[in-house]
Design a protein around this ligand. Structure first.
Ligand SMILES: [Cu+2]
Length: 120
């Protein structure tokens, strides 16, 4: 029991450090790029986009990462952009420009997987 508890404490400590490092890295990254552009990460997991809705501004980038063991896609409902087949841990990024098609998007393999990009 004691060993299990201290192992859990170690895991928590590691998670805290990882979070801190991510915060610092994120800060440096956002200073290096534009002051206002944001990166939004959407995970594909459990046959859902998470988060399902992203509020983005022009200049922002959305990055999809497939965390499922099956392939997915992120595909604009109107077909204007398409990640193509994404295997586990594959990433796809889309930078929002004035003429980028926003609104609903889906996974072409699993039509129940629906996400939304709304403009700020
Ligand atoms: Cu899918």
């Amino acid at each position: 029991m004691v060993a299990a508890t201290s192992q859990r404490a170690n895991v928590m400590r590691s998670a805290l450090w990882a979070g801190l490092i991510a915060l610092i890295a994120g800060g440096v990254l956002s200073l290096a790029t534009s002051a206002s552009a944001e990166t939004h990460v959407v995970e594909m997991r459990g046959f859902e986009f998470f988060p399902a809705e992203v509020n983005a501004a022009i200049g922002d980038t959305i990055v999809w990462i497939n965390k499922d063991v099956v392939p997915h896609t992120a595909t604009a409902a109107d077909g204007a952009w398409d990640s193509g087949l994404m295997e586990t841990d594959d990433e796809f990024s889309l930078t929002i420009e004035a003429d980028t098609s926003t609104g609903d998007y889906v996974c072409t393999f699993h039509p129940n997987m629906v996400g939304v990009i709304s403009l700020d």
